[in-house]
Write a protein that binds this ligand. Structure first.
Ligand SMILES: *Cc1c(COP(=O)(O)O)cnc(C)c1O
Length: 453
């Protein structure tokens, strides 16, 4: 029996896959936050380096991975693909379950796949410091490490509820040499405004992004880095799916269902897009399931329209599913999934019916995580456990139907820094937040009015 399918170092992908080359319809273009005009590449240059701006907009299918980036990737890539025989047996399912394990990266999640090239292209452009936000702290740890490797300073605005709940992630970032601030912070105008209204604000990714963008825009030697949502981030993450294609080929199987959790959409897209390429070219048929928390149901309950990526309205307007930029989700433990918007490319595929979305409450998600550690031995990040819950449901559906489905999912990170959340689960202190429709409607009412294009 094959439990683990590995690739040789030499099989590390040489290029990222850009789905913009193959989409029949692209999402509407980003708009300038102030003028409302279609964003020009030069509008992004105060906060992003030329290399990344180009990747954001290009429709080239293959983007070469610089050798300096591949050298760092080799610390943990190619990442392993596992066949979950023990989980299958426990569920009594005829389904074959495979997972790509991104928790083997030094930062513990897939986020390093984009942190490394982002730091690299910024260092090439002569930038001295990167400012960013972090939710649960995974993105902050990944970027802190990448900055250290390429000689950049790093300032991290960390969502306050996570700053308090997850001190160990903060310590990890500080060990890499980053400066970490609880957001909302008094350091920026955006942070000051939120604090003036609510001194006890738990923060949100939207607020932290405002702070980091403001910091970058007001300092010439500083750029901004985003850990999800944007096209170039999804592009970098396709190393996951590209490797998984070679590994599944070695296993002699092809997935019927591809599953991933979604915060901003990057780890799911990273796994799914290279497979979706086969479907877009008419060579294959598969189901793609994006899984989000019921407490922050962007794809399942949000509107698809123009909205800012941050609370203060400093970022370009993106055409995406959104709960409204002022939406502050309940303090669930999957901090990395508490974002009001989603990647425009993923939203397009969902709107076109090529990908589906579903939402789960956090208690059932943690139960799925417990089943997973007991069968597979790996403690998943609470974010990743959302995918596991959907995998278990699909595997059980396969039992009932008596079908041998092949399921592939992304185990986006490990949960070794999330033990306080697991303790709350064990002690029965985990809450399921029923999100009142009222709250969503209120938040959506504040969407920007956009006529164009
Ligand atoms: C950040 C994070 C996510 C959510 O972000 P995406 O961009 O949707 O991938 C999921 N899992 C882990 C482990 C994360 O750190």
């Amino acid at each position: 029996m094959n439990y683990k399918i590995l690739l040789d170092e030499r099989e590390l992908p040489e290029a990222w896959y850009n789905i913009q080359a193959d989409l029949p319809r692209l999402p509407k273009p980003p708009l300038h936050p102030v003028t409302g005009e279609v964003l020009r590449p030069e509008d992004l240059s105060p906060i992003f380096p030329p290399g990344l701006i180009e990747q954001e907009l290009t429709r080239e299918r293959w983007i070469p991975i610089p050798e300096e980036v591949r050298e760092v990737y080799r610390l943990w890539r190619p990442s392993p693909l596992f066949r979950a025989h023990r989980l299958e047996k426990y569920l009594g399912t005829p389904a074959h379950i495979y997972y790509k394990y991104e928790g083997v990266s030094p930062a513990g999640s897939h986020k390093l796949n984009t942190a490394v090239p982002q730091a690299f292209f910024n260092s090439q452009a002569g930038i001295k410091r990167l400012a960013t936000e972090t939710g649960a702290g995974q993105w902050g740890s990944a970027l802190s490490m990448a900055c250290r490797f390429f000689g950049l300073e790093c300032t991290v605005y960390m969502v306050k509820v996570s700053y308090d709940q997850k001190p160990y992630r903060r310590i990890l970032m500080q060990l890499f040499g980053a400066e970490v601030l609880a957001s909302p912070s008094p350091r920026t105008r955006s942070g000051q405004e939120v604090l003036a209204q609510d001194p006890d604000s738990p923060g949100s990714l939207g607020i932290a992004i405002s702070e980091a963008v403001e910091d970058a825009a007001t300092h010439a030697d500083t750029n901004y880095a985003l850990g999800s949502v944007l096209n170039h981030v999804l592009l970098h993450q396709t190393v996951i799916g590209l490797e998984s294609k070679r590994q599944m080929e070695k296993a002699g199987e092809k997935p019927d269902i591809v599953i991933g959790c979604v915060g901003g959409g990057s780890n799911f897209a990273g796994l799914a897009f290279p497979w979706a390429a086969e479907c877009l070219a008419g060579r294959d048929e598969m189901r793609f399931i994006a899984v989000e928390p019921a407490a922050c149901p962007t794809l399942t309950k949000g509107l698809r329209t123009y909205d800012h990526g941050d609370v203060a309205g400093l970022t370009p307007l993106l055409f995406m599913h959104t709960l409204g930029r002022g939406f502050i989700p309940p303090a669930i433990h999957a901090g990395g999934l508490r974002y009001h918007g989603d990647a425009p490319l993923l939203c397009q595929l969902v709107a076109d019916g090529l990908m589906e979305a579903r939402a789960y409450g956090q208690r059932q998600v943690f139960e799925a995580a417990a089943t997973f550690i007991q069968t597979e031995g790996i403690l998943p990040a609470p974010e990743s456990a959302h995918a596991i819950k959907a995998v278990i449901d699909e595997a059980l559906a396969a039992c009932e139907a008596g079908e041998k489905k092949v399921i592939l999912f992304n185990l986006s990170g490990h949960g070794h820094f999330d033990l306080a959340a697991y303790q709350a689960f064990l002690e029965g202190r985990l809450e399921d937040y029923a999100l009142p429709e009222e709250k969503i409607r209120e938040s959506l009412a504040s969407l920007p009015q956009v006529e164009k294009p």
